[in-house]
Design a protein around this ligand. Structure first.
Ligand SMILES: [Zn+2]
Length: 168
């Protein structure tokens, strides 16, 4: 098995929607950035890429490339997932921590977990979503995300059950 770690931060900015974990949250400010600013998906993407020693998100999807302006970060996550599969691995679980002053993430955790599970094609009970406020670190105008992922060789569990989320 392999482990991967990712970290990201974005500054809050007026006039853009707030997207976290592929879910749009009702908030007066969103996260600035070249893409949709989805700090959580970016951290998970880098964790997946790191697990298989692939180039990082900024190398694969350069912020200077106009192609990624306003891009849906789900595209980045799915490319990382594809690379994990090509390298012969599958995701065992993902854990993450968000650090932001507002909005409160608790009421949205289930939605975020369901959306990330859908994007990663794994069960929601394999995804940890935790949130904290930035006590004493002076990052009130930013959202920070840490993510860690465990992957294992796909051949180690040849008869793994299909995730529930794909059985519609
Ligand atoms: Zn980012």
């Amino acid at each position: 098995m392999r482990i991967g770690y990712g970290w990201d931060s974005h500054e809050f900015k007026s006039g853009v929607p707030l997207k976290i974990g592929g879910v749009t949250l009702d908030h007066p400010k969103g996260l600035g950035g070249h893409s949709d600013g989805d700090v959580l998906l970016h951290a998970i993407t880098d964790a997946l890429l790191g697990a298989v020693a692939a180039p990082d998100i900024g190398t694969l999807f350069s912020p200077s490339d106009p192609k990624w302006k306003g891009a849906d970060s789900a595209v980045f996550l799915q490319e990382a997932l594809k690379r994990v599969g090509v390298a012969g691995f599958q995701i065992e679980n993902v854990d993450s921590t968000l650090i932001l002053a507002a909005p409160k993430i608790g009421p949205h955790t289930a939605n975020i977990r369901a959306r990330v599970a859908e994007l990663l094609q794994i069960r929601p009970d394999r995804i940890g979503i935790k949130a904290k406020t930035p006590e004493g670190i002076g990052t009130e105008n930013a959202a920070i995300a840490h993510a860690i992922v465990l992957v294992e060789t796909a051949s180690s569990k040849p008869r793994r059950k299909r995730p529930k989320s794909t059985r519609r």
